[in-house]
Design a protein around this ligand. Structure first.
Ligand code: FAD
Ligand code: FES
Length: 271
């Protein structure tokens, strides 16, 4: 069975959204979970977060960073994807926390709408904070306005919203001392730095880890991460973990183990 693309749109600089017909995923998807897709039988498998699910359709939002995401960005309505495996990973810990802050950096913002909605549905007050290098890289702000009680937009260059980083806004909010749980989703360095802000306040802080994944089922070991000194597989034990227990340096080193192969693969794709 192949999976048809029902909608394909560019939503920001180098960022695209696809709605894919995948009823088995759409009907069972929860916030925090992801898919592993393979476009065709010569393609690699890549993990992408489930950004939304509606009836038979599931949405992915991705940035073009290499061969497979570039290939995905060229798909049009009616094209087919060979494999869509999911939903994978543990859902986010949704319960009545009180006041939750959800923070997205760059393409990590894509993970927030489904999370913010689930938290609101569970009775929480939700503050969203989204950040990007500039306004052309901001995404899904209108949708998040609907699913958050309050949304703060930040850009590194001040081209829209607050001139600065989500961590600056988080620090201000933490001083008000009324935050019960925080989610931070984005590049590893952003998650590491932003999550440091909550340590002195002892606020439960989740991050969604993005190591290289291959099978997504706990068999290959490529997504190995260290949490509180213990080895975990992000695909089956995560992808969300307590931010304050993550070995960030190991994660960032392991994300960069195939730069030459990734470069060659993209060059061959463009030839
Ligand atoms: P490549 O040139 O192959 O790689 C570019 C960089 O992407 C690498 O240096 C590496 O850091 C990372 N990467 C490469 N292959 C993988 C892989 N198999 N698994 C994980 N990372 C890889 N990106 C999004 O844009 N949107 C999302 O919603 C999203 N959700 C993710 C959810 C999870 C659980 C994980 C682990 C990653 C997620 N990513 C997401 C990252 C995405 O999987 C990579 O950007 C993608 O695999 C890059 O493939 P490529 O061939 O285009 O680039
Ligand atoms: Fe293979 Fe997690 S991706 S064990």
């Amino acid at each position: 069975m192949a999976y048809k693309v029902e909608k394909a749109t560019q939503i920001a600089d180098n960022i695209f959204e696809l709605w894919i017909n995948a009823p088995h995923v759409a009907k069972n998807a929860h916030a925090g979970q992801f898919l592993v897709i393979r476009i065709d039988d010569s393609g690699e498998r890549i993990p992408l977060t489930i950004s939304a699910a509606k009836e038979d359709l599931v949405r992915i939002v991705f940035m073009t960073v290499g061969k497979t995401t570039t290939y995905l960005s060229k798909l049009k309505v009616g094209d087919e994807i060979l494999d869509v495996a999911g939903p994978l990973g543990h859902p986010s810990e949704i319960k009545e926390w009180g006041h939750c802050v959800v923070i997205g950096g760059g393409v990590g913002i894509a993970c927030l709408p489904i999370l913010a909605k689930a938290l609101q549905d569970a009775g929480n007050r939700v503050t969203g904070i989204i950040g990007a290098r500039n306004e052309k890289l901001l995404l899904l702000a209108d949708e998040l306005e609907e699913n958050c009680d309050e949304l703060v937009i930040c850009t590194d260059d001040g081209s829209r919203g607050f001139h600065g980083f989500p961590a600056d806004i988080l620090k201000q909010k933490l001083e008000d001392k009324n935050i019960d749980a925080v989610w931070i989703i984005g590049p590893a360095i952003m998650m590491k730095i932003t999550s440091m802000a909550t340590i002195p306040y002892n606020v439960k802080t989740f991050v969604s880890l993005n190591p290289i994944m291959v099978d997504g089922t706990g068999m290959c070991g490529s997504c190995r991460v260290t949490i509180d000194g213990e080895t975990k597989f992000a695909c089956v034990d995560g992808p969300e973990f307590d931010a304050h227990l993550v070995d960030w340096d190991e994660l960032m080193n392991r994300q960069r183990i195939y730069p030459e192969q990734e470069k060659q693969s993209l060059e061959l794709f463009h030839e």
